[in-house]
Design a protein around this ligand. Structure first.
Ligand code: SF4
Length: 81
């Protein structure tokens, strides 16, 4: 369950050096991830995650087989638990 530190202040980031273009994340959370014409993932916009999408973002991070997704605190860039 999200707490005050997690809500509305998270950013989803894609490491383009690790992404292999499975599109798994784009299927799981299309609101936050788009893919380019080569199939590689990019965070939509500034990557900020609305509270309502935080859990889906966590699921996408856990399901990236390349560990290319990170969910960080937007203010500090630190990792979330
Ligand atoms: S699941 Fe991971 S490796 Fe696959 S497209 Fe998304 S970020 Fe890239």
């Amino acid at each position: 369950m999200a707490n005050d530190d997690d809500t509305g202040k998270l950013r989803l980031m894609v490491d383009g050096g690790l992404c292999q273009g499975h599109n798994r994340c784009a299927v799981l959370v299309p609101e936050l991830i788009e893919v380019d014409n080569l199939g590689f993932a990019h965070a939509r916009g500034d990557g900020l995650v609305d509270e309502a999408l935080a859990e889906k973002a966590r699921i996408a991070v856990k399901n990236c087989p390349e560990f290319a997704l990170r969910l960080v605190r937007a203010a500090t860039g630190s990792e979330t638990p």
